[in-house]
Design a protein around this ligand. Structure first.
Ligand code: DAK
Length: 259
């Protein structure tokens, strides 16, 4: 794994990996290099059995101000088409374990899109979400038009994207863009506590649960229900299912092995 000060990587609790965007002077604008580091970090977390959950954060002041506009400035149709960022975003999107975004301050443009790549977003009361790309003469480039409309609905997506206005954390919560709003100073602790709780669940069931919920966006209900039934019948064959059921009956805590 490549270490860089642009992306800090630590372990705030066992089985929890935290990735902290760290370009405060540029308001955590996502350069191609930084997105590459993020892609590398997600790949490494995929391969590392000691990691159950990833927390993605920008620290206590800002989540991310979007793509690095100074870098975008030299875009041409050809570079935009062949842009390395597309592959980096894809690596983040395909990460199979749960991702919690811990958002303080602005999550704008690519920053808002990055938060939408997470499975659960915890926002501080002062967080702001927006897609201001139209101000630059372009549209969102990392799924903003598609994900925001699916997550928050067409009205909110149109308002944010067409006007460049931002949503407060409370408004983002009301439209389903974030799971929970807490005081700014508690975002990190809440994200870690949630990550720990998830990390103690049976890993195979966690993985399939994430896949199933994400599939619900794309699949017709009948197919989704079939997918869920198949996942359920696969999981009853695992050691963790036996352990979960035995632990319940024996009135003790389950110890899962991810098998
Ligand atoms: N890029 C580059 N530098 C940025 C930046 C950004 N997005 N945001 C801020 N900075 C830099 C500023 O230029 C300034 O640099 P210096 O002048 O000090 O050198 C420094 O950070 C501090 O900025 P401010 O003085 O503006 O700081 P404030 O705290 O007053 O304001 C702000 C913070 C976040 C509200 C403001 O900086 C702001 O509005 N930033 C721009 C937000 C924005 O427009 N975001 C959308 C960017 S477009 C793609 C996928 C995705 C995308 C594109 C392609 N592909 C897969 C191909 C995504 C596009 C975008 O996100």
């Amino acid at each position: 794994m490549t270490e860089s000060t642009d992306l800090l990587i630590d372990t705030p609790a066992p089985r929890v990996r935290r990735l902290t965007l760290n370009r405060p002077a540029a308001r955590n604008a996502l350069s191609t290099a930084q997105l590459g580091l993020l892609g590398d970090a997600f790949d490494a977390a995929t391969d590392d059995d000691a990691v159950s959950v990833v927390i993605l954060t920008g620290g206590e002041k800002i989540f991310a101000a979007g793509a690095d506009i100074k870098e975008l400035a030299s875009s041409t149709p050809v570079t935009a088409l062949l842009d390395a960022r597309v592959a980096h975003w894809q690596r983040i999107r395909r990460f199979p374990k749960p991702v919690i975004a811990a958002v303080c301050g602005y999550a704008l443009g690519g920053g808002c899109e990055l938060a939408m790549h997470a499975d659960i977003t915890i926002a501080g009361q002062g967080a702001r979400f927006g897609q201001p790309e139209l101000n630059l003469g372009v549209v969102p480039g990392a799924g903003g038009t598609q994900r925001l409309a699916r997550i928050a609905g067409q009205q909110i997506a149109m308002k944010l994207i067409l006007s460049g206005e931002t949503l407060t954390a409370a408004e983002a919560h009301a439209c389903g863009l974030v799971a929970e709003v807490v005081p700014d100073g508690e975002v990190s602790a809440r994200a870690v506590a949630l990550a720990v709780k998830i990390s103690e669940k049976p890993a195979l069931a966690v993985r399939l649960a994430k896949e199933l919920v994400l599939a619900s966006r794309d699949m017709p209900l009948e197919h989704g229900l079939q997918f869920e039934r198949k996942a359920f019948s696969t999981l009853v064959a695992t050691e963790d299912f036996r352990e979960g059921v035995d632990a319940f009956i024996e009135k003790r805590s389950a110890i899962f092995k991810g098998r």
